[in-house]
Design a protein around this ligand. Structure first.
Ligand code: R5P
Length: 311
């Protein structure tokens, strides 16, 4: 039977294109909150003996995950053959260690919850730093797909003479993955993070990249302070304000206005997290990853690209 795609509200409209490209059907559902905030889930399309893909945008996971979890349990209860999670942005990967006494290692707790709920998982460029591989904390098969190709294509089309700038050591792997696609030059800066909004960036040798158009590339834009400080360094070094490119644009609080304040005009993100800055589509890699998972051939865990960092 054709796979059934269940969209969690806020999925950014990905369920339709994904269903079309994998030869599946989008489920008719009713997923909403009761007036007191509890979640109501109904899957109206028949589920029995079908592989179900739950598509969820987990950028604000504390709210979204309850719906995602209930949808998965409902599908299983209704007789789904298997239930997979398509989460273009995988949250809870930065608190991957106990940095201070008494802290919870939430990446492990969250991955345990997901692994108990789903049979497999597809995601895009997860934030791996101290972890080398999602398989270290996820016990179900995981297909990691890379946004590097679409990002490199976008840069080649929109920036005249690009040089990729990574704001910190952790960004090196994404920068390298994108740079390799088109032979872009690159430079990695140094970052110290003292708090959520307290970031310091030190220059690498900006002389090396003179005469190029800088594109700061990072995996996550959250408070935006990493991008802000990288942009500030480049402007102080005599460059025009850079293009800022994030794989996952979370844009917490005043991130966007803080970037505008340092003169950044061009901000591009992939559509893993629905946002006005989305300019780079990654449905293609997600479809490929989902195809590899559908049908139960989930005996091997494939990691197509890696990432890093808690800063
Ligand atoms: C950490 O190393 C990550 O790769 C990002 O640099 C970080 O999450 C960005 O966070 P923010 O936008 O809050 O500076």
């Amino acid at each position: 039977m054709e796979p059934l795609v269940v969209a969690i509200p806020g999925d950014g409209g990905r369920a339709g294109p994904l269903a079309r490209q994998i030869g599946g059907e989008v489920a008719e559902t009713e997923i909403r909150s009761f007036p007191d905030g509890e979640t109501y889930v109904r899957i109206k399309t028949p589920v029995k003996d079908r592989e179900v893909l739950i598509v969820a945008s987990l950028d604000r996971p504390d709210a979204a995950f309850m719906r995602t979890y209930f949808a998965a349990e409902t599908a299983r209860d209704l007789g789904a053959d298997a239930v997979g999670l398509v989460a273009p942005y995988m949250p809870y990967l930065r608190q991957d260690a106990r940095f201070r006494d008494g802290e919870g290692v939430t990446s492990r707790y969250f991955s345990a919850l997901v692994s108990e709920t789903f049979d497999w998982l597809v995601t895009v460029d997860p934030h791996l730093h101290r972890l080398g591989d999602l398989a270290e904390i996820y016990s179900v098969p995981v297909e990691v797909v890379s946004a590097a190709g679409p990002i490199a294509d976008w840069i080649a089309e929109h920036v005249d003479d690009p040089v990729l700038v990574g704001p910190d050591e952790e960004s090196r792997q994404w920068v390298s993955a994108v740079a390799e696609r088109r032979d872009f030059p690159s430079l990695i800066l140094e970052k110290t993070r003292r708090g959520d909004y307290d970031v310091e960036i030190r220059d690498g040798d900006l002389g090396e990249i003179a005469d190029h158009d800088p594109v700061v590339v990072d995996d996550i834009i959250s408070t935006g302070r990493t991008m802000v400080e990288a942009a500030r360094r480049l402007v102080e070094g005599g460059f025009d304000a850079p293009v800022c490119l994030g794989i996952h644009g979370l844009f917490a609080d005043d991130a966007l206005s803080a970037l505008r304040e340092v003169g950044v005009e061009r901000i591009a993100t992939t559509d893993t997290v629905p946002h006005d800055t989305n300019a780079i589509e990654v449905t293609g890699p997600i479809v490929e990853g989902s195809r590899r998972m559908i049908g139960g051939d989930t005996t091997s865990i494939s990691v197509a690209s890696g990432c890093s960092g808690s800063g």
